[in-house]
Design a protein around this ligand. Structure first.
Ligand code: WT7
Length: 649
């Protein structure tokens, strides 16, 4: 048995596991064999203003269109329909600030806020099809803004508040946004981050934005530009507005969410209304089986797809009560998450392997300080979870009574693609495996030449057929949509990940197969970092790659050749860090920056990132016959040795 296989152990079957997996097999079979009937039934998870004419229009692959002709509105599904029934006074969100302040907002309260802000958007001239960039921290105005846009058909593009001015400007430009919604600041680990200042800087580089709406959150002083910037509280007043929800076509876009690819330019993943809504609500129900009175905590940031789908749309469509937490999970102390679970009697916790590994480092002492007995189910997302973190989570947080729902998916898939299904029938769990596909997802694992691999062999995971939550295209770039995702394996969706299927049919996701990094569950592009470095005055060449890290999954490492003019600059490394922080944001700042005299290149002058990485990580660099300057390899080695020495002292 290989080491990898050895770790694929099956957990002892507990009473909540159904060895036959309940209805899962049958439901899955129907989703594949009778997809039209299956999705026709499943679409009833939403209220439609008008039924659709066709479940799936696949006449123009890969531009698949779901529930064509159907009319609906997701803000209506998330809010209005609950207000008309027993959920009117139910909590939609229990919001907790980093300083412990709490706000509870009912479905009725959310309904009023969404209507008031939708009215404000209309009054400011926004109309169906316009784009708005949202750059907000984890405050209640964030879901309100998303739903208000959805209500009137404005396409929103949320930019994670940890991104810098350059990244924000790129997204504003690409989406052609007319408006930015932001706040004066964000609270993080006891500090205030000046979000409005970053917006001001980004707007110097763009020209499409006419209005900036600013939420007062931290009270720090900000510059308000006359005629452009306006306070949120001034536009909503304390109105009693009602705005008719726009009858959106199922295939009208809901949002653009930018994600990193293998070039410097982020990809604008464009999601639909009907297919996306059906998918996120169905997958949340299947995988986690949340009950009416459960308290659901998706501890992600709203700025990533996890937050869009499982803090906002899915839980609201299902009428659940969500916990929403504003701050850092280790602030003021590493028991913050466990304290929230105890105080708010959380039933389901959905978080990332990085968060688990971070908290695991502080030891069992912190979870033991709190009563975690309300927890029924745990979940993870964002990166492969290593069996030891899985077990720690299972034993020390779930006390070996809560199944762990490891959800594998992507920005592009809209919602879970592979995950155990508590609602349909849970399989015996294997720590580190996301187990089986959701209904409608038909994965295959292929070799580079497109042949199916044998069980236990590693390959590229592809999906053989479209599913309702799949993105419609890349915004303004249908050619890139086709070439990135559907060309490597003709007609199949290639997602960029390696996987293995074991002899029991379980899927094991093994990380990215392309030059994309996964740092703490955040998808970042190596080339974006290289571009930020190269465009700074001091840098001539750069090679950036990911290095495995016990807590974050991967950390960023950069090898940089500086220009002559900067050769004697002793502060070059902190300068470069600062530049990346300001341009791309703190999540992009490399853990290590090494200055070298040259980088390994091919004869045609292309930097061989693969070789730099292999040498730096002490691996065999593979084929270097096309290498032009072999001395550079020794330089990389020497830089690493030097770094290790310095790190030791
Ligand atoms: C990439 C997608 C899904 C929302 C958050 C990230 C990796 C994600 C898992 C998992 C193994 C995972 C993949 C994927 N990934 N979840 N449970 N097990 N790998 O969304 O930024 O679009 O990143 O994250 O590599 O392709 P994203």
């Amino acid at each position: 048995m290989s080491k990898e296989e050895e770790s694929r152990e099956v957990l002892p079957t507990k009473e909540y596991y159904n060895p036959k997996m309940g209805n899962y097999q049958e439901v899955y079979r129907r989703s594949i064999e009778e997809p039209d009937r299956f999705w026709q039934d499943q679409s009833k998870i939403l209220d439609w203003f008008k039924g659709f004419d066709e479940v799936l229009d696949d006449s123009n692959p890969p531009f698949y269109r779901w529930f064509k002709g159907g009319k609906l509105n997701l803000s209506y599904n998330a809010v209005d329909r609950h207000v008309k029934m027993h959920r009117r006074n139910k909590a939609a969100y229990i919001w907790i600030a980093e300083n412990g302040e709490e706000k509870i907002i009912t479905y009725d309260g959310l309904y009023r806020r969404v209507n008031n802000f939708a009215k404000a958007l209309l009054d400011m001239g926004m109309k169906k099809g316009d784009r708005v960039v949202i750059y907000l921290p984890m405050i209640l105005e964030a879901p309100v803004a998303l739903l208000a846009c959805a209500r009137i058909g404005v396409i929103f593009s949320f930019v994670f508040a940890g991104f810098g001015a350059g990244a924000l400007a790129d997204r504003i430009k690409d989406s052609g946004a007319k408006m930015v919604i932001t706040s004066d600041g964000a609270n993080r680990s006891g500090k205030v981050i000046d979000l409005k200042g970053i917006v001001d800087e980004a707007l110097e580089q763009t020209s499409s934005v006419g209005t900036v709406v600013v939420v007062k959150r931290t009270g720090n002083s900000v510059n308000m530009e006359e005629g452009r910037d306006i306070w949120w509280h001034d536009v909503v007043k304390d109105g009693q507005a009602y705005v008719d929800p726009e009858w959106m076509d199922s295939t009208d876009p809901l949002y653009i969410l930018y994600t990193s690819g293998t070039t410097g330019k982020p990809k604008g993943v464009l999601h639909s209304t009907g297919g996306y809504g059906v998918w996120v609500a169905s997958t949340l129900k299947w995988a986690f089986d949340p009950q009416e009175d459960d308290r659901w905590w998706c501890a992600a940031d709203i700025g990533w797809v996890t937050g869009h789908s499982y803090i906002v749309f899915a839980p609201l469509i299902l009428g659940l009560t969500s916990i929403m937490y504003e701050g850092a999970i280790t602030y003021p102390a590493p028991d913050r998450m466990w304290e929230i679970i105890e105080r708010y009697r959380v039933n389901i916790l959905y978080t990332s392997p990085t968060a688990i590994r971070t908290l695991m480092r502080y030891g069992e002492k912190y979870p033991r300080m709190h009563d975690l007995s309300t927890l029924k189910t745990l979940g993870t997302v964002g990166e492969p979870i290593n069996p030891s973190a899985w077990k720690w989570y299972y034993e020390n947080i779930g006390y070996s009574r809560c199944p762990i729902i490891d959800t594998y998916w992507q920005t592009e898939t809209g919602g879970f693609a592979i995950a155990p299904s508590l609602n349909l029938g849970l399989p015996p769990l294997k720590p580190g495996s996301a187990t089986f596909p959701m209904p409608g997802i038909e994965p295959t694992i292929l070799t580079d030449s497109g042949k199916e691999v044998k069980p236990n062999e590693k390959g590229f995971i592809v999906y053989n057929r479209p599913w309702p939550g799949m993105f419609m295209t890349l915004y303004n770039d249908p050619e890139r949509f086709k070439s990135v995702y559907f060309e490597k394996f003709k007609g199949k969706y290639y997602c960029g990940d390696y996987a293995v299927k074991d002899s029991d049919g379980y899927y094991w996701l093994l990380g990215r197969a392309d030059e994309v990094l996964n740092v703490s569950g955040h998808r970042l592009g190596t080339i974006e970092v290289e571009d930020a470095l190269i465009t700074s005055q001091e840098v001539a060449e750069a090679a950036v790659f990911g290095k495995p890290d016990e807590v974050k999954g991967e950390v960023i490492v950069a090898f940089v050749v500086v220009k002559e003019s900067a050769a004697d600059d002793r502060d070059i490394v902190p300068k470069l860090r600062k530049r990346i922080r300001e341009d791309l944001g703190p999540v992009y700042v490399p853990e290590e920056i090494h200055i070298v005299k040259s980088l390994p290149k091919t004869r045609s002058g292309k930097i061989m990132r693969r070789v730099v990485k292999a040498v730096a990580l002490g691996q065999v660099p593979g084929d270097i016959s096309t290498l032009e300057n072999s001395a550079s390899v020794d330089e990389v080695k020497a830089a690493i040795e030097e770094f290790k020495k310095v790190a030791k002292n």
